[in-house]
Design a protein around this ligand. Structure first.
Ligand code: PEP
Length: 258
């Protein structure tokens, strides 16, 4: 499937790094370096920095978001944060179902599904992560795992809701390991994800969904990845923490324009 009309999104996932002051400095330093890029530069910052990031990012190419959200609207859920709170603080998107949430905090596809619905209700764009472990890949189960994660995580969404998502294929064996998937491996998996969306909804709608690759992306391998037809951008962890490497990744290609 072609990628003609899909925007390019380079999303940084800062995890539990950067204070408010560090966030503001990053945005101010990075802004002039990415001014000519045609890609959207998303930053998933820590909760505490969402407001300051959103204010600092006004009139810049940055789109600010968060890394997690509660499935509940509000209530007695100590330590949780709601979609409405994130929206009010200035977030425009939220990462849902990152493998660190799935593995460390035991988040299931069913919970991911509820979080997606909650985010969409508050008009926060979900970036939904899926991906297989090394053992699953070596056992030849990658497609089965991706299909199950997609079917369950996106269960019951309308076509219009599905088109509002961004998907991120993040093979768990590639996250934080310096073992990037080859462009061919990532393309094959992402093409498969689009086929699953196409069967569940329809080819035209599936063709509109932005699908990112994530897993040890660096400035050196970014271009080869986004040059693949089903890779519409990148979800970047470690390399999004430095202005130098993140700006190089945002600028990695000028081909897939809006
Ligand atoms: C991530 O956390 O989503 C990620 C891809 O991390 P890294 O780029 O560090 O592998």
């Amino acid at each position: 499937m072609g990628n003609s009309n899909r925007p390019t999104v380079i999303a940084g996932n800062w995890k539990m790094y950067k204070t408010i002051e560090e966030t503001i400095s990053f945005i101010l330093e990075c802004k002039p370096l990415i001014k000519d890029s045609t890609a959207y530069a998303f930053l998933a910052v820590p909760f505490t920095a969402v407001r300051a990031a959103a204010v600092t990012a006004k009139q810049t190419p940055f789109v600010i978001g968060a890394q997690n959200v509660s499935d509940a609207a509000e209530g007695a859920f100590t330590g949780e944060i709601s979609a409405k709170m994130l929206k009010e603080a200035g977030a425009r998107f939220v990462i849902i179902g990152h493998s660190e949430r799935r593995q460390i905090y035991c988040e299931t596809d069913e919970l991911v599904n509820k979080k997606i619905r909650r985010a969409l209700q508050e008009m926060l764009q979900p970036i939904v992560c899926v991906g297989e472990t090394l053992a699953q890949r070596e056992a030849g189960k990658t497609e089965e795992i991706l299909k199950t994660q997609l079917d369950r995580s996106l269960h019951g969404l309308t076509k219009d809701e599905m088109k509002k998502l961004i998907l991120a294929y993040e093979p768990i064996w590639a996250i934080g390991t310096q073992k990037t998937a080859t462009p061919e491996i990532a393309q094959q998996a992402q093409k498969f994800c689009r086929q699953v969306l196409s069967h569940t909804w329809d080819p035209d709608s599936a063709n509109q969904v932005v699908i990112l690759y994530g897993g040890s992306v660096k400035a050196e391998n970014a271009k080869a990845l986004v040059d693949q037809p089903d890779i519409d951008g990148l979800l970047v962890g470690g390399a999004s923490l430095s202005v130098e490497s993140f700006s190089r990744i945002v600028n990695c290609q000028q081909k897939k324009n809006l």
